[in-house]
Design a protein around this ligand. Structure first.
Ligand SMILES: [Zn+2]
Length: 368
């Protein structure tokens, strides 16, 4: 099989009500999203060595519990051909049973067979067999029924089980689960190692010397492909595919230097992506990027300070917007968004002269 596009979904968000381990077995009451996310993060890292693309459809900061329709829409729009949703179960109230259950909504023999295999491969590694009467279950859960591609949802042990909970909170369990899924992807889904692309291990692509075209600094983009790291650390701290980012520099027409701002525009996580994998966010109709930008009601503003810096992102240490470095007192702009700087102060995203977009500290603008 050629390159597989895998959508990874860590269920829920960090602050989702209720979804956590039972205190009796885990005094830290680890949140379900933390367990789900740990596995998906590890899987994502492992998959860097394979001939596939990965899209995370949850909020990888955990801050938001991304809606199920948004998760599904991102995967459908991206054209994933496999969707994996990770969860941990609850509902047995401290009893000792539990175990892993794989859900699917497959109508084909092949799809059902893959569900069986996914269960077998995970449990071969984790041994978390439990006492469920059916360990592979067909059910029209939202993400299973509404994704256009083959989709599986793993409930990887119970958060309120005397037997499961002490196991599922361990790093070892997460690692074993990841290796079970990897075995499944390789042995049952045809995933192959990435072809050796020369330089093996050198993360950062070489830099052709050409014009950035429409990927100038400050351009808002969504990355629909591989994001390369900037050094060692195997992808640590790199923005996730699918997040809204800003081009913060460029190295020619094939690569653009980006940093991610999926929910907090002041974030400072950096990575590199190929220009062909960058989708420029349209100026006029940002609501088209479902679930990534929320619609913001624009309002007219006037600058009340002289020599006000316009920056490419929120934060006093961020670069000045080359196309329009400063506003003067009395200059009129449109406020088209807002977000916090790393210090928590509110900044406004502005459109200047109808075209140029940058960020200005909120204290320097007033409604006109
Ligand atoms: Zn769940």
């Amino acid at each position: 099989m050629s390159e597989i596009k895998i959508a990874l979904d860590a269920g829920h968000g960090l602050h989702t009500m209720g979804r956590r381990c039972m205190e009796e077995f885990d005094p830290a009451q680890t949140r379900e999203w933390q367990l789900n996310n740990r596995i998906m993060d590890k899987l994502e890292e492992e998959l860097e060595a394979y001939d596939c693309r990965v899209l995370r459809v949850d909020d990888t900061t955990g801050a938001q519990d991304t809606g199920l329709s948004v998760r599904v829409m991102q995967a459908n729009r991206w054209g994933a051909n496999l969707y994996l949703s990770m969860h941990h179960n609850g509902g047995i109230g401290g009893k000792s049973g539990g175990g892993t259950v794989v859900y699917h909504d497959c109508t084909t023999e092949k799809g059902r067979r893959l569900a069986d295999r996914l269960y077998e491969q995970i449990v071969a590694k984790t041994q978390l067999v439990g006492n469920r009467s059916s360990k592979v279950v067909q059910r029209a859960y939202y993400v299973l029924a509404n994704t256009k591609m083959r989709a599986y949802l793993v409930e990887n042990g119970f958060m309120d089980s005397a037997a499961d909970t002490p196991v599922i909170i361990t790093e070892a369990h997460a690692d074993k689960t990841v290796h079970g899924i990897l075995d499944w992807l390789k042995q049952d889904c045809g995933l192959t190692a990435k072809p050796e692309a020369g330089g093996g291990g050198a993360d950062r692509p070489e830099e052709p010397d050409t014009d950035p075209g429409d990927l100038a600094v400050g351009t808002e983009v969504v990355v629909n492909g591989t994001i390369y790291g900037t050094g060692s650390g195997k992808g640590k701290g790199i923005p996730k595919v699918g997040a809204l980012m800003y081009v913060t520099g460029y190295a020619g027409d094939r690569y653009a230097f980006c940093w991610g701002v999926s929910k907090t525009p002041g974030g400072a996580r950096q990575g590199w992506a190929r220009a062909e994998d960058l989708q420029v966010v349209p100026d006029k109709d940002e609501s088209q990027i479902d679930g990534i930008t929320s619609s913001y009601r624009e309002w007219p503003a006037i600058c009340i300070e002289p020599e006000t810096n316009v920056r490419i992102c929120p934060g006093v240490d961020k670069d000045i917007l080359a196309a329009w470095p400063k506003l003067g007192r009395g200059n009129e702009v449109d406020v088209i968004g807002e977000g916090p700087a790393p210090n928590g102060k509110l900044w406004y995203r502005v459109r200047i002269a109808g075209v140029h977009k940058g960020w200005v500290y909120s204290g320097y603008l007033k409604r006109r």
